[in-house]
Design a protein around this ligand. Structure first.
Ligand SMILES: [Zn+2]
Length: 390
């Protein structure tokens, strides 16, 4: 089997929204340091990305938006397009930094298309809120939409996108809402309670692509067991029916209980279980091809580095047991940055990742979400929404 590709370059830390903005690139740096300290990256060549070209960005973005992004750092006036807001402040070299993020996900996509790797991971990617003509939710350019568009022109006709960030993957859904070649699935905190306010189960794709968008809006406080129950009630059946040639996953970890921006209640153990499930689903339903990117995640010290180290390890088949102690060198480094932070001791939270499958008679708020989603999309795929075997 072709090796797995890990995309990383410290230049990706340049996507820095500055000040006290929650989207702090230190989370990427601490992840790579942790993965390195644990030996997960031993003998793994890190693939260094180039910035995406303008022609590549046009796959997902309007020319006038690109111009606005380029001009924004010099412009002394309101540039519009969602830029210069508290969520998306203008920063120096914004166009260059955002283009590099897109280039990094494209590099992973290229490795898969050229057969150089079966799996690729880019923790700097996953800017799923960026829209065709405006920035949104900390995201300037949508690396995922550009990469999927590129893959569609390079040998792939059926791509499944699974978004497990706590926020709805609205930008990617919008980019392919009318394209039956791309199945977008997003599990997220209910839009009634969280940005961006979309991702209802009734959003199922435009005319000609009915059923190609799937949304599972979960109630606040949903824990590992409920989350995994919902995932398994919806995703495997759809993948079996859709038969993707490649799985793309956005692996935002702001679904964690300690995340300051949202209210789901997963653990690092839940994240780790999810990654192993995604790997298995890629192997079973997508010819082993899996492109994994990062996304949200704002508990910078305690959660993101551990969860995304598990992601990288899972992609590399170097799974790290949750009870593995945190390496002292890493902990010391973090203490240097945040002397008073209370740091975890191991690679897990002691979370219970067992769950009962849907259809066993339970009927809580998660089951209501599952039923709504299945009833909205399963018939469009020839599946029976009320039959737990489907
Ligand atoms: Zn998010």
């Amino acid at each position: 089997m072709a090796p797995s590709a890990v995309v990383w370059d410290p230049a990706l830390l340049g996507y820095d929204l500055g000040g006290e903005h929650p989207f702090n690139p230190v989370r990427l740096d601490l992840t790579i340091r942790l993965a390195t300290a644990l030996g997960v990256l031993d003998d793994v060549p890190l693939l260094v990305p180039e910035p995406a070209t303008e022609a590549e960005l046009y796959r997902a973005h309007a020319a006038e938006y690109l111009e606005a992004v380029k001009q924004a750092p010099m412009a002394g006036w309101d540039v519009g397009h969602g830029l210069g807001t508290p969520d998306n402040p203008v920063f120096t070299d914004m166009h260059e930094a955002a283009s590099l993020v897109v280039g990094s996900t494209l590099l992973g996509a290229r490795c898969l298309a050229e057969g150089k790797a079966q799996r690729a991971v880019n923790i700097a990617g996953g800017l799923h809120h960026a829209m065709r003509d405006h920035a949104s939710g900390f995201c300037v350019y949508n690396d995922v939409s550009v990469a999927i568009s590129w893959l569609l022109d390079h040998g792939f006709d059926r791509i499944a996108y699974i978004d497990t960030d706590v926020h709805h993957g609205d930008g990617v859904q919008a980019a392919f809402y009318g394209d039956p070649r791309v199945l977008t699935v997003s599990l997220h905190q209910h839009p009634f309670t969280l940005f961006p306010g979309t991702g209802y189960s009734g959003e199922t794709g435009a005319e000609g692509a009915e059923g190609s968008a799937v949304n599972v809006p979960l109630p606040p406080r949903t824990k590992d067991a409920g989350w995994l129950r919902a995932f398994h009630a919806v995703v495997p059946s759809l993948l079996a029916e859709f038969r993707p040639q490649l799985l793309v996953s956005q692996c935002g970890v702001d679904s964690h209980d300690e995340d300051p921006l949202a209210d789901l209640a997963l653990t690092v153990d839940g994240h780790r279980t999810l990654y192993r499930t995604l790997r298995e689903l890629a192997d079973t339903h997508a010819d082993g091809k899996w492109l994994a990117v990062g996304g949200g995640g704002y508990q910078l010290l305690r959660v993101v580095p551990r969860s995304w180290t598990h992601l990288i390890a899972t992609v590399l088949d170097r799974d790290v047991p949750p009870e593995t102690p945190l390496p002292p060198a890493w902990t010391e480094h973090v203490r240097g940055l945040a002397p008073h932070a209370e740091l975890p001791l191991s690679m897990g939270d002691g979370g219970d990742t067992g769950f009962s499958p849907w259809g066993d008679g339970l009927d809580d708020a998660v089951d209501v979400a599952i039923r709504d989603t299945r009833r909205a999309v399963f018939p469009l795929h020839g599946l029976d929404p009320d039959d737990p075997r489907d």
